[in-house]
Write a new protein. Structure first.
Length: 280
């Protein structure tokens, strides 16, 4: 049945535990019009639909260029209460020669309109290039200078590292001292560390398979549901790769899980399948 152009879109019930949010990267992708979006749904309503069947979306377009304040405001208006966007920080900042000198670019991005997202603003991902090795003298002042608030609203920063030199005690201790989480990824081509370095967890899962209708095998999705719950309850997941010993507390934390790249047409199904498990 084709979707009405003006009919209100229904919600898929989301888990009661809003500490765990699950989503995908972006919402405009042609193959999703064949296996995620209803037939006949106008492209202008795709964000509206996606935000009612997922609980978060990671925006990649901010990595490549600035968005207008009105654009952020429109994104916020099209999404329901409780939904959040994470934003990829601009490459002109994270690819600069010296991160310690990137303050102007950082402020330009943060003060360039993202406040229009209001309570839809989730974590900001600072994704370092694979060629950037760990340099504590450059990274430490960069992390220290990241603003922790914007117009009175707390900002949540997360660092994605992609060079093997970050798999060291010095990096983990530095990130913990700054209370900046490190992205965990299951991608084989990038360093993977599940060390808890901040107050929330951010996972980017990049092993979806075209042969799997839900992107991942059922047992793998079961495992990720268990891990997400453990993270949210304040625990660690010892079976994942760590640099230092695992940490466990009784302090609940927010968890963000995104299905990114790999077999991209399957990622919405993977996210929905994980959300279904978290509802059980």
């Amino acid at each position: 049945m084709p979707a009405s152009r003006d009919k209100p879109l229904e919600f898929t019930p989301l888990p009661a535990d809003t500490r765990i949010r699950v989503g995908i990267g972006g919402w405009n992708f042609a193959p999703w019009r064949e296996n995620f979006y209803p037939a006949g749904l106008p492209q202008r309503r795709e964000l509206e639909y996606a935000s009612r069947h997922l609980s978060a979306i990671e925006i990649n377009s901010t990595f490549y260029g600035a968005q207008k304040p009105a654009t952020y405001a429109r994104w916020a208006a099209e999404t329901p209460e409780g939904f959040v966007f994470s934003l990829k920080a601009p490459r002109y900042v994270v690819e600069t020669r010296q991160l310690a000198q990137a303050g102007k670019g950082v402020r330009g991005f943060l003060e360039g309109g993202i406040a229009e997202l209001g309570d839809r603003l989730g974590p900001i991902v600072w994704q370092l290039a694979p060629r950037r090795a760990f340099d504590p003298d450059d990274l430490a002042p960069f992390l220290t200078a990241l603003p922790r608030t914007l117009n009175g609203q707390p900002l949540r920063h997360v660092l994605e590292v992609r060079h093997a030199s970050f798999l060291c005690e010095a990096y983990v201790e530095l990130a913990r001292s700054q209370q900046v989480p490190t992205v965990f990824t299951d991608a084989s081509e990038y360093p993977s560390l599940a060390d808890l370095t901040g107050p929330f967890v951010y996972a980017r899962l990049m092993r979806s398979e075209s042969a799997q209708p839900e992107g991942y095998r059922a047992d793998a999705l079961d495992a990720w549901a268990t891990r997400a719950r453990r993270w949210a309850d304040g625990h660690d997941n010892a079976e994942l790769p760590h640099v230092l010993a695992t940490q466990a507390t009784d302090q609940p934390r927010e968890v963000f899980v995104f299905f990114i790249s790999a077999a991209k047409p399957r990622n919405p199904a993977a996210a929905q399948a994980l959300l279904a498990r978290l509802r059980d």
